[in-house]
Design a binder for this molecule. Structure first.
Ligand code: PEP
Ligand code: MG
Length: 321
């Protein structure tokens, strides 16, 4: 029995009716790799590169970044590894970056906005990623995307970096996937347009919730309003999943909601193909996935979308058990 249980924990997750749901790990530092591998993550759905910058007293060099990216790609042995480009600004400051003070940092010059405005910083990271691509299955993800021109500009810089590297004789993988985070309501609402430009989308519910409900994710005073299970957020998730299906691309979720096992059935019902979470949540979420019937999950999700608030969604889930 013990052997069977170990085998099941190691296996990929499928619903009871045979639909593959990929359970990936979120990685916030190189130390997280070990538990992710131990808990049989099927890949990495969000490698937050900020730690490389936050733990450093200078802009991390291309070589320093290359080492870190090569390490995580090798550890996952050909499984997908989604590495997110720098998501700085908002609540994350960098002393050596000399970021101007902003009245509303979460609505300000952060993430892809900062990177597109600072191509030297961005290109250093993109080159490190491209160089590391030969060590595994690299998926590059751009954060805080709000419109199509940001995607096109980021992809153009990526292409520029590829050409600079290959013309200098450096080897770069030719099957790197390029995707975006959906964490701004505008991106969810126009996901059908954005989906045409990318290989995958991943929903960041932490930011998507704060922007949809206009409730700062770190402010105690509005914590009662901040609820990722709010039907307004779930409707945006549904729009994104539908757009991904229309375009025939993969859609995942890498915000905290993806690791909430009480939500797994609704998330599968909304149409997510991949859930990325802290590695400690993976065994339980995999077990949960195996109990799900996709048709029932879809009916449950459709019901949730019609409810008034997150409390009603949780009551609905509770009434099913
Ligand atoms: C998110 O916003 O949901 C997300 C995964 O990104 P971060 O928490 O790093 O902002
Ligand atoms: Mg985010």
């Amino acid at each position: 029995a013990r052997e069977a249980a170990l085998k099941e924990a190691a296996a990929d997750a499928y619903t009871a009716d045979g639909k593959r749901i990929q359970t990936f790990a979120n990685i916030g530092s190189l130390n997280d790799i070990e538990l992710a591998v131990k808990n049989h993550a099927e890949g990495v759905g969000l490698f937050r590169t900020e730690f490389l910058y936050l733990e450093s007293d200078h802009w991390p060099t291309e070589e320093e970044q290359y080492q870190a990216y090569a390490k995580v790609l090798s550890a996952f042995n050909g499984r997908p590894v989604v590495i997110r480009t720098l998501d700085i600004g908002g609540d994350k400051d960098l002393p050596y970056a000399d970021l101007p003070k902003e009245e509303n940092p979460f609505l300000g010059h952060r993430a892809i906005r900062y990177c597109l405005a600072n191509p030297d910083v961005f290109k250093t990271q993109l080159k490190a990623l491209l160089r590391a691509s030969v060590h595994g299955n690299l998926w590059i993800m751009f954060p805080m995307i709000e419109n199509l021109s940001e995607i096109r500009a980021a992809k153009a810089l990526l292409e520029e970096c590829r050409q600079e590297l290959t013309s200098a004789g450096t080897e770069v993988a030719d099957d790197i996937k390029v995707g975006i985070m959906i964490e701004v309501p505008a991106a969810a609402v126009t996901a059908d347009l954005l989906a045409k430009e990318v290989d995958f989308m991943s929903i960041g519910t932490n930011d998507l919730t704060q922007y949809t409900l206009a409730a700062d994710r770190g402010n105690e005073q509005v914590a009662h309003l901040y609820d990722a299970a709010h039907p307004a957020v779930l409707r945006l998730v549904k729009m994104t999943c539908d757009a991904a299906d229309q375009a025939g691309i993969l859609v995942g979720m890498c915000g905290e909601l993806a690791g909430d096992v009480t939500m797994t059935e609704i998330l599968v019902g909304l149409g997510l193909h991949e859930l990325s979470m802290s590695a400690s949540a993976i065994p339980e979420v995999k077990q949960r996935v195996r109990l799900i019937d996709s048709a029932k999950a879809k009916a449950l999700a459709d019901k949730a979308l019609q409810l008034e608030d997150g409390d009603q969604v949780r009551a609905l889930i509770h009434s099913q058990q």
